[in-house]
Design a protein around this ligand. Structure first.
Ligand code: ARG
Ligand code: MN
Ligand code: MN
Length: 300
């Protein structure tokens, strides 16, 4: 396993998420993984330019709005190279965010030489494009970019040709923008909202999601946005939405991911931890616990 930090905050409106990788490391990530017998090296952080010295509209697509898109592209290309390098060395990449725009880089690298499915745990769809986004924040567009939707169709860096929408499952949705909702409905992705979780239970939904992602692919990428969890458990996120997964549900989902994917877990990323908004680092501590469950830790 090779850990990378992506201290990215250009894709979100709230400062502080750039400190997420430090907070998760401080919460004891590598010790925890070592104690599970996982051989874990830290590959350090990718370089992210500071917003003070970056042009917000540089690299803007011809239509719509995507703040800091040019800088985001550069960071995601670097991250993709690091992640692909880890895969080539036989290591499973674990990427720590940073805002969720970094998923474009993580998946770009993880899916470079193989067909990947994705399970996307999130309160949000991150399915906006520069023309539908109400905020212009790229963290709300990352899954659309990975699938090459809208104006991302022309951007080679964003579109991951080895990820098919039919192998993407979202879990935990409860906050979508109007046009984004239409886009999710019209797409081939499988979307499990909190209504599905309420009615069928998280274990069943998670099993189905992993099956969608694993079907006919070489492996599964798991993208865990910490706002998937209820804000009472994970207060340190920039866009909290009430009604999320409980502490136990979070662990259940990650344990099922590890049981269901096993060696097929191709890569993992944990994003949106914002220590400034947190309560004594508990969101980062929870991120470490959930990483451990996703990587095989069991109570008994
Ligand atoms: N990765 C996230 N936390 N995304 C939140 C996105 C919020 C909103 N849908 C937007 O496009 O701005
Ligand atoms: Mn997200
Ligand atoms: Mn989210």
């Amino acid at each position: 396993m090779r850990v990378f930090g992506a201290p990215m905050d250009l894709g979100a409106d709230r400062r502080g998420v750039d400190m997420g990788p430090s907070a998760i490391r401080y919460a004891g990530l590598t010790d925890e993984l070592d104690s599970l017998g996982i051989d874990c090296e830290d590959g350090g952080n990718v370089v992210v330019p500071s917003p003070e010295r970056t042009e917000p509209d540089a690299g803007r697509p011809p239509e719509g709005r995507a703040k800091y898109l040019g800088a985001t592209e550069r960071v995601c290309r670097d991250l993709a190279d690091e992640v692909a390098g880890a895969v080539a060395d036989g290591a499973v990449p674990l990427v720590l965010g940073g805002d969720h725009s970094i998923a474009i880089g993580t998946v770009g690298g993880a899916a470079r030489d193989r067909d990947l499915g994705i399970v996307w745990f999130d309160a949000h769809g991150d399915f906006n494009t520069p023309t539908t986004s109400p905020s212009g924040n790229v963290h709300g567009m990352s899954l659309a970019a990975i699938l090459g939707r809208g104006s991302f169709a022309d951007s080679e860096w964003a579109d991951s040709p080895t990820v098919d929408a039919e192998n993407v499952a979202m879990v935990g949705l409860r906050d979508l923008d109007d046009e984004e909702r239409e886009a999710v409905r019209d797409s081939e992705v499988t979307a499990f909202s909190m209504t599905d979780v309420d009615q069928r239970g998280l274990p069943e939904v998670t099993r189905d999601a992993v099956e969608v992602a694993a079907d006919g692919t070489d492996g599964v990428h798991v993208s865990l946005d910490m706002d998937f969890l209820d804000p009472t458990e994970a207060p340190g996120v920039g866009t909290p939405v009430r009604g999320g997964a409980s502490y136990r549900e979070g662990h259940t989902a990650m344990e099922l991911v590890s049981r269901a994917t096993g060696p097929a877990l191709a890569s993992l990323e944990i994003v949106e931890v914002n220590p400034i908004l947190d309560d004594h680092n508990r969101t980062a501590e929870l991120a470490v616990e959930l990483a451990a469950s996703a990587l095989g830790k069991r109570i008994l």
